[in-house]
Design a protein around this ligand. Structure first.
Ligand code: GLC
Ligand code: CA
Length: 556
């Protein structure tokens, strides 16, 4: 694997709307991010991925873009964005924007023009089909529920939207569309961006000609995945995009890739891959069901371990994964991956270390460094996220009681990650002086940045130590490029692996409340990290405390 500038970095995802509000309108904004750059630099992160802040009706919170060349006024101005890039650069930090090009907004000029003249130039920017009475062009279910087709306003046509109806799919088969996209990417890269996180990219290639598939629910529709499985030839699009844009700038591009096959890894993230990296979603998708959230199976510590190790084995030395515990589409990792009732400072630190020390680029999602947790949802009316509303409906339709349905969606709701960042124990967690756009998690009085920054033993301080360890010149080579070898893979509720390079590091986490013992294969030189103040070791046997995690430098 060729070495790249981003390999030894630590990335941090910002959800601008919920990060920090600088002007009291209840919505986080770019000046707010600028004012927190020192906080981020102090934590030690270097790459900042911003969820979309382009002009948008915010039907899907900015993943529906109406102007790719403008910043939404709720988030600030283009000058603010330029200042953010410049201020980040002063601190040796890189900004990634979110590249949302599978679809745009129905309020984008292209779509408006397509409505005016579906047979003209802009009609070909989208997937349009003649409307037929009583039947949609295909029986595909959109990701956010219901048929993936809607009437093209003012015409006798329908358009495809694999996501929300306010997110019409762009027709990548049309070279003009691709030109527009590359032009925009390069325009942004010319402004000095470090690169992009590439949204929903697996959807850009559709199986043509369009046809129906076997329905898989009582709505007589079928999952989009079935169509995507059949679609061949995405590589040509992705290769062209890479060559025309990222490659010329040596920009970092991380793909939101799902369901890749093992044989596709080299094409995606190998030395000549389409992307610099892609996220490992193995843990996040574990237990998910085609039926909906209500049918999902919870993940156990042993499953979690297996998911991580499988992903690592699949990629090996071919490329560089991006590792996450959570993002803006997932519930909080500490609420999901730590068994019920056991979410505490120790277990949060254990999860952090086990994930952070994997081979790949660690991404921290805002608030993860504080151990932020899922928010209690008491009524569906409190929920903002469109996907949560859909899943609630799906659960009810499957005969689940309203109480149970609410419990289910509370567990998986994307709102869990989108509640405002908890800065202080003051009103609204110090996020805004106004009314926050989404309810603040009531636990902000005990979980907030101000308190944790003063506390050596906080989750925040532990993340800081993890980051410092990755950057320590002595261990960096091993942590960034060393191999990963699972140890005691069969031991229940224990996750352990070696990172081997210039040194041999042993990362071991006791993924349960009760103590358990391990016998060290060799003696150790040094304890590099420990979430407890001591380590109970006698003659090479370590008695790990509940949720204890250790990083040991071993004698080779
Ligand atoms: C990606 C984004 C998600 C969005 C979807 C449609 O999965 O992460 O937030 O809803 O794409 O753009
Ligand atoms: Ca604001």
């Amino acid at each position: 694997m060729n070495r790249k500038w981003w390999h030894d970095k630590v990335a941090y995802q910002i959800y601008p709307k919920s990060f920090y509000d600088s002007n009291g309108d209840g919505i986080g904004d770019i000046p707010g991010i600028i004012s927190k750059l020192d906080y981020l630099a102090n934590l030690g992160v270097d790459i900042l991925w911003l969820s979309p802040c382009y002009q948008s009706p915010l039907a899907d919170q900015g993943y529906d873009i109406s102007d790719y060349y403008n910043i939404d006024s709720r988030f600030g101005t283009m000058e603010d964005m330029e200042q953010l890039i410049a201020e980040a650069s002063k601190r040796n930090m890189y900004i990634l924007m979110d590249l949302v090009v599978n679809h745009c907004s129905d309020e984008h000029e292209w779509f408006q023009k397509a409505c005016e003249d579906p047979e003209g130039k802009y009609g070909k920017y989208f997937y349009l089909m003649d409307k037929k009475e009583g039947k949609f062009p295909t029986n595909w279910r959109s990701y956010f529920g219901g048929p993936a087709w809607d009437d093209l306003p003012g015409t006798d046509k329908q358009y495809l939207h694999v996501f929300h109806k306010k997110q019409p799919d762009l027709n990548w088969e049309n070279p003009e569309v691709r030109e527009e996209i590359y032009k925009n990417i390069n325009w942004w890269l010319d402004k000095g961006l470090g690169g992009f996180r590439i949204d929903a990219i697996i959807n850009i290639k559709k199986a043509l000609p369009f046809h129906d598939y076997e329905p898989d629910r009582s709505d007589n529709l079928c999952s989009m995945n079935v169509m995507l499985q059949e679609a061949k030839g995405i590589g040509a699009f992705l290769r062209e995009m890479r060559d025309r844009t990222f490659k010329k700038y040596d920009a970092f591009a991380v793909g939101e890739v799902f369901n890749e096959k093992p044989e596709e890894i080299p094409e995606f993230i190998g030395d000549d891959g389409y992307f610099s990296s892609m996220f490992d979603f193995n843990e996040a998708i574990f237990g998910s069901s085609e039926k909906g959230w209500y049918d999902a199976m919870p993940i156990t510590p042993d499953d979690y371990k297996k998911c991580c190790f499988d992903a690592q084995a699949k990629v090996g030395d071919i490329g560089f994964l991006s590792n996450i515990i959570e993002n803006h589409d997932e519930p909080r990792g500490v609420s999901r991956y730590i068994p019920d009732g056991d979410c505490c400072i120790e277990s949060k630190k254990m999860l952090a270390a086990l994930n952070f020390m994997l081979r790949g680029l660690p991404f921290i999602y805002q608030g993860q460094e504080l151990g932020m947790e899922n928010v209690p949802i008491t009524s569906i009316n409190e929920v903002d996220d469109i996907s949560t509303h859909d899943e609630y409906r799906v659960a009810l339709e499957a005969g689940i009681s309203p109480d149970e349905a609410l419990k289910v969606v509370s567990k998986y709701s994307r709102d869990n990650a989108r509640t405002p960042m908890q800065w202080t124990d003051e009103a609204n967690a110090g996020f805004t002086t106004g009314t926050p756009w989404l309810k603040v998690n009531p636990n902000y009085t005990s979980i907030n940045a101000a308190m944790q920054m003063k506390d050596e033993d906080s989750v925040y301080s532990f993340y800081k130590k993890l980051i410092a360890l990755r950057k320590n010149p002595i261990y960096k080579e091993t942590i960034v490029y060393g191999t990963l070898e699972p140890v005691w893979a069969e031991q229940h509720n224990l996750m352990a692996y070696y990172r081997k390079g210039e040194q041999t590091l042993l990362v071991v986490g006791n993924y349960q409340r009760g103590a358990q013992e391990i016998k060290l294969p060799t003696s150790y030189k040094k304890v590099l990290l420990n979430n407890y103040h001591d380590m109970a070791e006698e003659n090479g046997t370590v008695r790990l405390y509940g949720y204890q995690v250790l990083v040991l430098e071993m004698c080779m």
